[in-house]
Design a protein around this ligand. Structure first.
Ligand code: MRU
Length: 364
């Protein structure tokens, strides 16, 4: 389980998107409001399930592993505040909280994975002799275990991914799969943090990632915080930057990987993968095993979140399209496995064909 003391000591190393409040060690959460970055760094403090739900829905906390961890911690926080000694009543209330949190966003499977893991643990423990108070502690420990595993996962992905980086390399990434999207160094950005810690010099090209600009607002911000050389580009510049020979490698995160290796990630990722193929640039997806959804045969079955048209019509409050124009705003796309050179997981780098290897890492 996560040790609160070492967490506190460690917390200066990387920005924490969210954290359990150490002084109120009952699942209270501090969440960076990422919608305000990079202009303002502000935290939301909450122990309320509805508020955690709203934070996930409006992307105050976002990124597949981060929403799984935040939902688990939010569930534990909510459970602590349920006043009843009746175990069945308690279980039903907590399951209701889990359903509510699960309805916040549909694509990232880590959300469902983390909530299912918490409720399964709770149901299994409810059969034992313990009281409701004991169940509350068990749930909190499960949520903290998920976070602790996420931290280890990030570091291990970083170590595996490091082998792909070279001195002076140009690396393109899309959206934000860094510290702000996980419990620690991120997935796609973790190899870059690992290389930076070893004194390697390289340049990260960060697609701005329309319409919500996670690339320019978040990736460029968090990398520049630690002194990594980062260049922000508009999404439509990626082809030209590749043609100019500036990119040696693409690494992106993922929200859900189907059994055949097709990977859903932020809208625009598929286009980047096509461009990488054309320019003979290796394209890697970095993701933990909790992102793999072995129940879905292929990426066409991954549910894609559709977001409010005003994100396109009114980019950050300003009219950026005719007020009433029809818009189409899918938040994710699916990169076919044929375009993926490898999947960097915490259990090693998988190379194609993926199907069998993905099944194996889920089992192990
Ligand atoms: O809509 P968002 O900002 O939650 O989308 C995030 C992404 O697409 C990330 O690349 C993905 O979750 C991987 S995070 C390690």
């Amino acid at each position: 389980m996560l040790d609160p003391v070492s967490w506190k000591l460690d917390s200066g190393r990387v920005i924490r998107a969210f954290e359990p409040d150490i002084d109120d060690y009952r699942g209270k959460l501090r969440i960076i409001d990422q919608t305000l970055l990079p202009e303002q760094l502000e935290y939301i403090e909450t122990c309320d399930v509805k508020e955690v739900y709203a934070c996930i829905k409006r992307l105050a906390v976002r990124g597949a592993p981060a929403i799984g961890c935040a939902a688990a911690l939010g569930l534990a926080a909510g459970a602590f505040r349920v006043v009843t000694a009746d175990k069945e009543k308690f279980l039903n209330t907590v399951k209701g909280f889990a359903d509510e949190l699960a309805s916040s966003r549909p694509t990232a499977v880590n959300l469902f994975w983390a909530l299912n893991r918490c409720t399964a643990k709770l149901c299994a423990s409810a059969a034992d002799d313990g009281s409701v108070d004991t169940l509350k502690i068990i749930l909190l420990h499960e949520a903290l275990d998920i976070l602790a595993e996420d931290i280890n996962m990030c570091r291990t992905i970083g170590e595996y991914g490091l082998s792909l980086l070279r001195e002076g390399a140009g690396i393109l990434t899309h959206c934000n799969a860094g510290a702000l999207a996980t419990g620690d160094y991120g997935t796609a950005l973790s190899p870059m943090y690992a290389a930076h810690e070893r004194g390697m010099k390289f340049t990260v090209y960060s697609d701005e990632t329309r319409p919500l600009l996670q690339g320019s607002r978040l990736t460029a911000w968090e990398l520049s915080q630690v002194g990594i050389d980062v260049v922000s580009i508009c999404d439509n510049m990626a082809a030209q930057v590749m043609k100019e020979g500036k990119i040696d490698l693409v690494i992106v995160g993922s929200d859900r990987i189907a059994a055949n290796g097709d990977a859903a990630n932020k809208i625009g990722t598929y286009g980047v993968a096509v461009l990488a193929k054309y320019h003979h640039i290796p394209f890697y997806v970095a993701a933990p095993y909790s992102t793999v959804d072995i129940t879905l045969e292929h990426g066409g079955l991954i549910p894609i979140e559709q977001r409010d048209g005003d994100e396109i019509r009114r980019g950050f409050g300003k009219l950026t399209a005719p007020e009433k124009v029809k818009v189409y705003n899918p938040a994710f796309d699916v990169t076919p496995h044929e375009l993926i050179s490898g999947i960097i997981t915490e259990r090693g780098i998988l190379t194609p064909p993926f199907s069998h290897k993905l099944k194996e890492i889920i089992k192990s």
